[in-house]
Design a protein around this ligand. Structure first.
Ligand SMILES: *Cc1c(COP(=O)(O)O)cnc(C)c1O
Length: 429
């Protein structure tokens, strides 16, 4: 049979995407690239299989290696983050949050969260899984100057609201949230402290950010594919046996049936990359973010967190109101192959959601392919050319594509040659 057009179409689109994003400066703060070794381990027969339940207590046959690999990776993650209980079954950060929120408030109730415009994630909000679970989130006050939770205001609110649990962590996360202070008031009112570290899991492994579990967080929830550069997935970690017993019973059967088994081994390799290269990687990520923020600031951009050193993470937030707002700015930069997203800033009202004041920039992926401070200077200059000098984005794109050619290899990983392996080749044009 001749290959139908439809088949070619799907193959073509995949090729186009793969080729295009290798020619882009990818600055979406929630993304990253997996290493060739992670890819090799990811593409396996595990992806065809089912393994409902816990390791060695499954509802299916054929899981002997799944059981072993899941247990091994749970232990690796536990070692990396100092957690006694690790659950890798949530297939995303949102699923991890759903399971934890439901376990903590099965009949609904009250919670306190970081407000959406302060970077809070939709899954913490009334529009997301929190709302669907009939849990009412109260938004903690946020301080634009420090780009962080307003501690005094938050303590006051938690005392008044007496929530079942408090969620720290956000998608715009420039500075570590004040977990110690919040923990104290949580203890006072009997609230559980959850820290959603989806964005910064890799930075915690690299020890450039404190580990919330060591500072009083009762539960960590996370994605496994942002600064932690693994396959897309979720994880829950805790040291509390009492909490974990509840959470475990919710993950399956409430939020997950099968848990996408090919993620497990690949997440394990990523954990080992973090164990051996994590500190070097995380330090470079933060240096790069600071450098990019400084350069943009010098060009006259309104970079947030000016009084507190702009950032301690992989992210930079810029108010681009004077260039038309986050939406047109992000679209124009995309024409220059610079990919980032529009973002709400703490002072944005809900009606600004379609065209918020800000853009959010993340440098973790570009760091992973070997970029350092001097490359951040080049990126800042590209952004300046498009937004300040009003150069045609199509012209700047040519320079971006040329520049990006030198950065095609993932760093901070193990050499395939040393393992006698060769790289999987993605479809490309
Ligand atoms: C990205 C993110 C999530 C959701 O993760 P998914 O894996 O996309 O479901 C949850 N919380 C925060 C703070 C995030 O930034």
């Amino acid at each position: 049979m001749p290959v139908p057009e439809e088949v070619l179409k799907v193959v073509e689109l995949t090729k186009k995407h793969n080729t295009w994003r290798k020619k882009c400066i990818n600055l979406i703060a929630s993304e990253n690239v997996t290493s060739p070794l992670v890819d090799l381990v990811y593409l396996s027969d595990f992806m065809h299989r089912y393994a409902e339940g816990m390791p060695f207590k499954r509802f299916y046959q054929g899981t002997r290696y799944v059981d072993e690999v899941e247990t091994y990776v749970m232990n690796l993650m536990g070692e990396l983050y100092g957690a006694k209980y690790v659950d890798l079954r949530p297939i995303s950060g949102t699923t991890a949050n759903g399971a934890v929120f439901y376990a903590l408030a099965p009949e609904g109730g009250k919670s306190c969260i970081v407000k959406l415009s302060g970077g809070g994630h939709v899954s913490h909000s009334k529009y997301g899984i929190m709302g669907a679970l009939k849990i009412t989130p109260h938004e903690l006050p946020f301080d634009v100057e420090t780009m962080n939770i307003d501690i005094d205001g938050a303590v006051k609110m938690i005392r008044e609201v007496k929530p079942k649990f408090v969620v720290l962590g956000a998608s715009l996360y420039l500075f570590p949230h004040p977990d110690k202070e919040i923990k104290e008031v949580c203890e006072e009112v009997g609230a559980v402290l959850v820290h959603d570290v989806a964005h910064v899991l890799g930075l915690i492994a690299g020890r450039v950010l404190p580990n919330p579990l060591e500072r009083g967080a009762d539960v960590l929830t996370s994605s496994t594919h942002k600064t932690f550069p693994g396959p897309q997935g979720g994880v829950i970690m805790t040291n509390s046996e009492k909490l974990y017993k509840k959470i475990k019973k919710v993950v399956f059967p409430v939020f997950v049936s099968n848990h996408h088994l090919h993620r497990l081994a690949a997440t394990g390799i990523t954990a080992l990359e973090m164990k051996y290269f994590g500190e070097e990687y995380a330090r470079q990520v933060v240096r790069n973010a600071k450098r990019l923020a400084e350069r943009l600031y010098e060009y006259g951009f309104k970079v947030l967190g000016e009084k507190v050193g702009f950032t301690q993470t992989h992210q930079v937030a810029v108010d681009v109101t004077e260039y038309g707002g986050g939406a047109p700015v992000a679209e124009t930069l995309e024409k220059a192959n610079i990919i980032l997203n529009k973002n709400m800033l703490p002072y944005d009202t809900p009606d600004k959601i379609k065209n918020p004041s800000g853009i959010r920039i993340g440098v973790q992926e570009m760091t992973r392919i070997g970029m350092k401070e001097s490359e951040m200077d080049v990126i800042a200059e590209f952004i300046k050319k498009v937004l300040l000098d009003k150069k045609s984005p199509e012209e700047v794109k040519k320079e971006v594509v040329e520049f990006r050619k030198q950065y095609q290899k993932v760093h901070y990983t193990f050499d395939l040659k040393d393992l006698g392996l060769s790289e999987i080749v993605y479809l490309s044009e």
